[in-house]
Design a protein around this ligand. Sequence first.
Ligand code: PLP
Length: 411
Amino acid sequence: MTQINHNFLELQGSYLFSEIAKRRTKFVQDNPQAEIISLGIGDVTRGLPEAVIKAMHAAVDEMAVPGTFRGYGPEQGYDFLVQAIIENDYKARGIDIQANEVFVSDGSKCDVGNIQEIFSNDATVAVQDPVYPVYVDTNVMAGRSGKFNKETNRYDNIVYLECTAGNNFTPSLPDRKVDLIYLCYPNNPTGMTLSKEELKKWVDYAKANNAIILYDSAYEAFIQEKDVPHSIYEIEGAKEVAIEFRSFSKTAGFTGIRCAYTVVPRELKGYDPEGNTILVNDLWNRRHTTKFNGVSYVTQRGAAAIYSPEGKEQIKALVDYYMTNAKIIREGLASIGLEVYGGVNAPYIWLKTPNNMDSWTFFDKLLSEANIVGTPGVGFGQSGQGYFRLTAFGSRENTEKAVERIRNLSL
Ligand code: PLP
């Protein structure tokens, strides 16, 4: 027998979604006539934009004949997509990003999960609480988390940055030095954003403490308000301290197609055990090209098509559809006196459970009395206790029906 990586034994079971599935299945067995609506899913439901479909069909035809066939492509992504990203997502906002700073991949989940590999195992990690669980679990696997404490529902060596209504979901700077800081904006699960001034505090902290910010911006396309930063690089000096992750998953319905990208600026530096300066970009490039063989040509053609004039319009329509759902949920719940957050610049609505119910009690009530499935906030971390996440990714019809059912509940 071979010894396993014992860090994996510190992982807590994927309790959240299996427990949701278990409770839902039991309810359906006991109530076969119930028409369940799920506002728990974090997956999109509309089709791919027409411009994407067209581009992908054309790319498939190119693949059919030797003259235009493509085999292995550049691991970092084809130049046509990298240039479209640079021009539209950065240059158009006054941010200068070079082609060798962009790494196209098959998803932000992999990127935000894999990035920690290039940093020391001794690095201290800070995460927001509530949090997208991938940041935590991948650091547990790497051995950075310490033991899980069942009483606090937290790992001993991870620094948790609380985000609750009490601080308007704006995390305070850590009270000790940390090395890696995961920030997610617009946020999953709370749906909240950070102002430029607040984001600047993090950039300043990272500079002062030689820390690196891992900025997950998977929901950037959903930002509606003018003043909300779209990229951490809008903050002066952020290229020296931050890596940014973006995804086409929610922006363009790519959750099944798979395409995303990560920006690792050449200004970003780490150091080796002897104290020599090392470019983080070089390390990530080495890791990416060693372990990843590129996103398919057809997929990248599809992704590039969202930057065409038709593509941009179609993406906007898609985002508008989901954000109208978000508005319906947010306003519907607020109208019956529920405390609701998010849903303005993100497809997530984060509500305070009524009467201080704990998250799972509210889950059961919603399931049994309104036949709606959502996600208990405590599943995203201890600071999510007493909160509940609803998503705007359903159909308009189901969203409206669900809100009507909640409005009719006695809370
Ligand atoms: N980051 C956050 C905050 C997410 O919520 C998700 C997906 O739900 C991802 C990353 C993963 O995105 P992708 O589909 O690109 O892997």
